[in-house]
Design a protein around this ligand. Sequence first.
Ligand SMILES: *Cc1c(COP(=O)(O)O)cnc(C)c1O
Length: 408
Amino acid sequence: MPDDSAPKGAGSKHQGHGFSTRMSHAGRAGTRAHGFVNPPVVRGSTVLFANCADRMASATKRYDQALTYGTGGGPNHHALEDVICEIEGGHRCQIVSTGLAAVTVPLLAFLKTGEHLLLPDSVYGPARGFADGMLARLGIETSYYDPAVDEAGMAALIRPATKVVYTESPGSHTFEMQDIPAIARAAHAKGAKVMMDNTWGIHHFQPFRHGVDVSIQALTKYVVGHSDVLLGSITVGSEEDWQALRWASLQLGQYASPDDCWLALRGVRTMPVRLKQQAESALAVAAWLARRPEVLRVLHPALPGAPGHEIWKRDFTGACSLFGLVLRPEYSVAASHAFVDSLSLFGIGASWGGYESLALPTTGFVTRTATSGDTGGPTVRLHIGLEDTADIIADLEAGLAVLRGFKG
Ligand SMILES: *Cc1c(COP(=O)(O)O)cnc(C)c1O
């Protein structure tokens, strides 16, 4: 029998509760756990029916193949989708295989040949790759805009063919904050959808309260939290947008492993404490770095005085643990590499949101076409993990000595 006991969609049962409480309880009710705390992993392609009439009745639910075949998702997907709706305050959510798929699927859902897309120049690199690659091939044109654009500036950029205004705030390499409500007002006045990559903001930015129509999360980051699963989510604020998104997602055969959904559900239970600790530690490290003579500036929107802090203070309730470190321009890029190489607690690699610290030189790796994106000096992106803050600072202090002593 199809198990239809998994509730889907919005209608938070936890209104009035704090974030940690909601993350402890969301996505558990209604999944058959045989009395255990966590719902089991349900793997499956075929869904069986009691009789043919039962199957026919299910098949008439056009966009909800959930209960007719595996590609529609199963109890683990739907439980996770409920949790993400809870995190972002959305109407419905679609889980997809990666954060990148969470970027590409809604672009295909809301754009067609002859239409126009606006991407911020600070956008996540592979999103730029998809726009310049697949979307260009399909006859969908992209223009890149200055992420600092205001309402009038955005209004001037929107053409009759512009159907999606994409945002990412802050950008995950240069940490430029965007005025999302202003951008959304301009977009909606001209009938364009607003998409946002909300991976940095997680629950600290409530996209649907600020005019966003489609919110993207790379769950790979803090939701999974352990650097061992790739997963993405696309959340929408209205039933109309849900129908368009669900249609595209089913057409494209999007699916994620139920085991990975189960790991993400496991991750989400501890996410509030991990996030709180990592954010606190990152802010302490950022403040320490900002006082160092080797440092030109720290690109952490939650740090008073940092670029974008005023927008952050207005629209966000917190921060994550990813920020940029700009070294003084008298240090070379090679010296910044020596600094990164010398760190013992920081891995060198992409992605973030796990329990471990990472450092990644970004100078020379970030493509810009509409704005210079010049940060003023060699730049290193830092992700602060769950190591002791004092150990992280000691490691960075030793690294800065290597930077100062670098010859070459
Ligand atoms: C990592 C990331 C993605 C993509 O997520 P993957 O799961 O790694 O594909 C999208 N947007 C941002 C801002 C990211 O940092």
